[in-house]
Structures are given as C-alpha cells and as structure tokens.
Write a new protein. Structure first.
Length: 340
C-alpha cells in the first residue's frame, strides 16, 4: 500500500509498504481523508521536535507520520472486536487512559497511509449518510474529530462559564473550534484575539462577540481585568504574555508554546492562575463527536484545501503562508482542489 515518509527535513517519499493485519482487538480502516496538523507537520518537516526533546525528530521518520487526524471505513476486524463492523464509517479520536497497544514486531504506521490498524476503542462511528439527515458529515469533517477531542479537554477544564468574560487567542483551527465549543457554554462575552484580520472576521462569523488584534487601538484600551478566563491556542509567547496582561482569573494553555515566555508581575497581583488542558479522564471523544455531528462546532470553514498526498510539500506551503487553515490530503483518489 501507499504511504508517506519524511526522509529528512524538507524531503519526503511516497513508499510502498505492506498493508497491516489487525490484532484480535483491532480494526483495519481504509483512510478516506486525513487532515494536516499544522504545528506537528511543520515542525517535523523543519527538523524540529514539537516537544523540544533532544535528539528528535529521528529520520527517516516513521512511515505515515506524523499524520493522526483521519477518518475512513472499516474494512476488516479482529476476532475479539465487538463494537464495530466492516463498512462502519469511523474517525480516530485518541485512546482511553491506560490503553497500550502491544504489536511486537508488527509494523505500525502513522495516518498518512492508505490503511491503518487501530484498537477498536480508539475510533468512534458516525452515522451513514442515509441515516444522518439532509447534511451528513463529509469524510473531511469527520477527520477533525481527533483535534476536536483535544480541544474539548480545554472546554472541560474551563468548566462553568456563567458570568465569565472569555478570550481565546490564536485563530487557527484549534482556536476557531475552541471558540465555538466555549460559545455553547454561554459565557457573558467571548472575544477572539489574532493578528490576522481575515481570521478575526472568520471568528466573528463563527460566534465571537468581537475580535481584537494585538497592537490595535482596541487592544490598547483593554483593561487589566478585561477577561476572567483566557484560553491560548496560538503557542506564541507574545500572545501568552498578552493574555496574562489582560486576565484576572485563569489562563488555560491549550497550545504547545513555541519558546519560553514571561509571566508579567501583574498576573501575580491579580492572582491569575496558569493551567493546562490535559484532564485525568482523558480526551472527551464522545462529547467532541456530538459537537461535530450537531455542527455546534462547524469545521467546514476551516477546511481550506484538499491535495493529493503526492503534493504534501505544497500542502505544507499553504499552511506556512497562512493561505489554508487545514489541508486535507487525499491518499488515493487524487484530484486535489483549493476550496475558499
């Protein structure tokens, strides 16, 4: 089967590898759509480890990596699988706490391949088009489940938003989904923060009460206690510091910060706490599926482009130039197109 392999920074090959066989508790899924993970894909492509680990990434990178935001159809299942059938439409969401796959010497691939094996509990089924109503989710929308499952950890961490003045910084895919998910909890106000006017306009369209650009007159007029809760989805040190300068309450960090960042002295005076989004119970995958299937979180405006996997570098260029929010890579059908 076909797979992508990043052989060294800035270089990839399309390789032929054996189709994986399922272990008894696994299913084989034909990948119908796989979306980019902007931060992870670009850091591996650039020779940088997303988590800052010495000696990483190692090249050649593992086949299919770092792809992990995929959806597809079950084509085979192991003998012990009880929750899925061949033909089910599924999307990867993560793994329950404590679940460890032990595949021995069997090959294990990332998502940039034609077929993946995965534990049955690591995917969730979606309704078939005939039973999903007039506008069923596309494969590309379903493939957003993994990222939304991560994002909703931040929503769970945020908790009750009654009376809260909420800000979300960084209007990439994560920030735009975070914004919509937090909107469902009814905060008193919801502010989007980004330097890009286009992203600010999209945030307002998707439910923000306003969008503020750092460096603008409106930004300069913000009070020290403008927000009672801020959620950073940018990873940019200046954005994290800006959040703290205008928050009296809590800062939740969803992002992976790009570098060290400063905690302003005023944050201590205001007793602002800094928290992270990893929750003890793990990712709330079913909650994320509900938000996605009901389109309370509408990901269609985020799915900017679709290209064949053979044009992987072109897709990354779209992301780097901020000409796309998410890129879908087609593993087999070809015919990529730019959308919006």
């Amino acid at each position: 089967m076909k797979g992508l392999q990043i052989t060294r920074p800035g270089r990839f090959e399309i390789v032929d590898v054996p189709r994986p066989e399922p272990f008894p508790d696994e299913v084989v899924v034909q990948v119908m759509a796989i979306n980019s993970c902007t931060h992870w894909d670009l850091t591996v492509w650039d020779g940088v480890d997303i988590f800052g680990r010495p000696g990483h990434p190692e090249y050649p990178y593992y086949v299919g990596g770092p792809g992990h935001e995929w959806a597809g159809v079950v084509v085979e299942r192991g003998d012990l699988v009880s929750t899925l059938e061949a033909g089910d439409r599924v999307a990867y969401w993560g793994s329950p706490p404590g679940l460890r796959r032990r595949r021995g010497d069997a090959p294990e691939y990332g998502g940039y391949v034609e077929y993946v094996t995965v534990h049955e509990r690591s995917v969730l089924p979606f309704a078939a088009p005939a039973s999903a109503g007039a506008a069923p989710l596309s494969w590309r929308e379903m493939a957003m489940l993994e990222m939304l499952s991560c994002v909703t950890q931040g929503v769970v961490a945020a908790g009750d938003l009654t009376g809260q003045r909420v800000a979300v910084s960084g209007m990439g895919a994560a920030g735009l989904m975070m914004l919509q998910a937090l909107k469902t909890l009814g905060p008193d106000s919801l502010t989007a923060i980004d330097v890009d006017p286009g992203r600010c306009a999209l945030a307002v369209r998707l439910g923000a009460d306003r969008a503020v650009r750092p460096g603008s007159a409106e930004w300069g007029a913000l009070r020290e206690n403008e927000f009672s809760l801020s959620v950073d989805c940018s990873g940019v040190p200046a954005a994290l510091e800006g959040d703290l300068e205008h928050t009296a309450g809590r800062l939740i960090v969803f992002s992976v910060p790009e570098a060290d960042w400063r905690v302003p002295v005023g944050a201590r005076r205001r007793s602002t706490t800094i928290e992270y989004t990893r929750t003890p119970a793990g990712r709330p995958g079913r909650y994320a599926r509900h938000l996605l299937a009901s389109r309370q979180v509408d990901v269609r405006p985020l799915l900017s482009a679709e290209v064949p996997i053979e044009r992987f570098a072109d897709g990354l260029d779209l992301l780097r130039r901020r000409e796309a929010i998410k890129v879908t890579f087609d593993m087999g059908t070809g015919g990529g197109r730019t959308i919006g």
